[in-house]
Design a protein around this ligand. Structure first.
Ligand code: ASP
Ligand code: MG
Length: 412
């Protein structure tokens, strides 16, 4: 018998019929003898509807009141699910975040969980009940309701699983797992049985929007095995966990990509200490996040500097750079917002050389020019023209044979 935390997202509880279907699933787990804690999101579209109502009164709603409003979405679904479970003869109790003492800081709309007092949940479980907890919400030390940021129910589920030392945290969603890449781009994309926390973080932050990034960080930190699976079909989903040495690792687990990139270049910058600071300082001051950075070795006492930002920040970054160029007497500023980033991700890279060169070779064969390269221990990223994104991802998926199960896999 295991203790399992299950989280159902907005589409999984989007109608009364779907809530009934979730209740059936949960009741089946309970019948198998497991202790089950269920975390639910608001019905799909509800949180957006509430945000919209608030904005009709004030464009920037007061954080405290917005949280009072937004937390109602999840309160509706916990009550309905508990009712549906009871109706099916499965004892259940619903609780808001405050009722189970999900203590957060006071940063309204983006609060962080500090502590969870699991006693009430344990008591309820001990009485044989399914415990249904509202996701996305908590309470601060003043007793005020807080919310954890959009998508925060994932984090609630992981935090509860960590506090309860659950055997597994299952995230039920509308996809049946994590794929080697986006199946809309590569039809042969394969569902992964397993992926490590680190790899998932790289995949998530690079655009595979399956889980709230913070929930993956949290799960990694407390070593909570996370499983992503579909609420609409049967299947094992994808298990996200620590690296398992017994298992033969694939070299590459997946290919992440993002179109939302823009590149800026400043040339002929006098090469002296403080160049990077002079250029990137004002960008940081403008609250623009920089991703890749390349500085060339200068020959004639000047240097060139290229970096990438999110495409939404491109226009502003360009303005800031033009100012900077005047100030540091650089030659020219140029940019391009039709670029994309492709990244190979895999913990197997740590112990194998030649991944990057195979990547470059593959892109070269397709005639795709690489504009920038960056690497980390488990990732190689390249920036290419946006028009080559699909071709690049497909040819890499093919070259690294990601459509095939890695050899020597232990099957578990
Ligand atoms: N209902 C919240 C949202 O839509 C939290 C969640 O679904 O995880 O962002
Ligand atoms: Mg969600």
């Amino acid at each position: 018998m295991a203790l399992i935390v299950q989280k159902y997202g907005g589409t999984s509880v989007g109608t009364v019929e779907r809530i009934q279907a979730v209740a059936d699933k949960v009741a089946r787990f309970r019948q198998q003898g497991h202790d089950v804690v269920v975390v639910v999101s608001a019905m799909s579209g509800e949180t957006n509807r509430l945000v919209d109502l608030a904005k009709q009164i004030r464009e920037q709603p007061v954080g405290r009141e917005l949280d009072v409003l937004l937390s109602t979405g999840e309160q509706v679904t916990i009550a309905l699910l508990a009712m549906a479970l009871e109706q099916k003869g499965c004892p259940a109790r619903s609780y808001t975040g405050a009722q189970v003492h999900i203590l957060t800081d006071s940063a309204h709309n983006k609060a962080r969980i500090r502590d969870i007092d699991d006693q009430r949940i344990r008591n309820s479980l001990a009485r044989g009940r399914v415990v249904v907890v509202a996701g996305f919400q908590g309470v601060d030390e003043h007793g005020d309701i807080t919310t954890l940021g959009r998508g925060g129910s994932d984090t609630t589920a992981v935090a509860l699983a960590a506090a309860l030392k659950a055997d597994e945290c299952q995230i039920y969603t509308d996809v049946d797992g994590v794929y080697t890449t986006d199946p809309r781009v590569v039809a042969e994309a394969r569902k992964l049985d397993r992926i490590t926390f680190e790899e998932m973080l790289e995949m998530a932050s690079l655009g595979s929007k399956v889980l709230q990034i913070r929930s993956v960080e949290f799960a990694g930190k407390y070593n909570v095995p996370l499983r992503v699976l579909s609420s609409f079909s049967e299947g094992e989903g994808t298990l996200i966990s620590i690296e398992d040495e017994k298992m033969e690792q694939a070299l590459i687990s997946g290919i992440a990509f993002s179109r939302d990139e823009a590149q800026l270049t400043i040339t002929g910058v006098p090469d002296q200490p403080g160049v990077a600071y002079n250029i990137l300082g004002p960008i940081a001051d403008a609250n623009i996040e920089v991703d890749m950075i390349v500085q060339n070795v200068g020959a004639d006492g000047t240097t060139d500097f290229t970096f990438t930002v999110h495409r939404n920040d491109y226009a502003r970054a360009l303005e800031v750079m033009q100012d900077t160029a005047r100030r540091v007497e650089a030659r020219e500023v140029s940019g391009d917002n039709h670029i994309a980033k492709i990244s190979l991700v895999g913990v197997g890279m740590r112990s194998h050389a030649g991944i990057a060169s195979k990547m470059f070779e593959t892109l070269a064969k397709e005639g795709i020019n690489i504009r920038m390269i960056s690497t980390s221990e488990i990732k190689v990223s390249v920036v290419v023209d946006e028009k080559y994104l699909e071709l690049g991802v497909r040819s890499l998926h093919d070259a690294f044979e990601l459509d095939q199960e890695p050899a020597g896999k232990s099957g578990n």
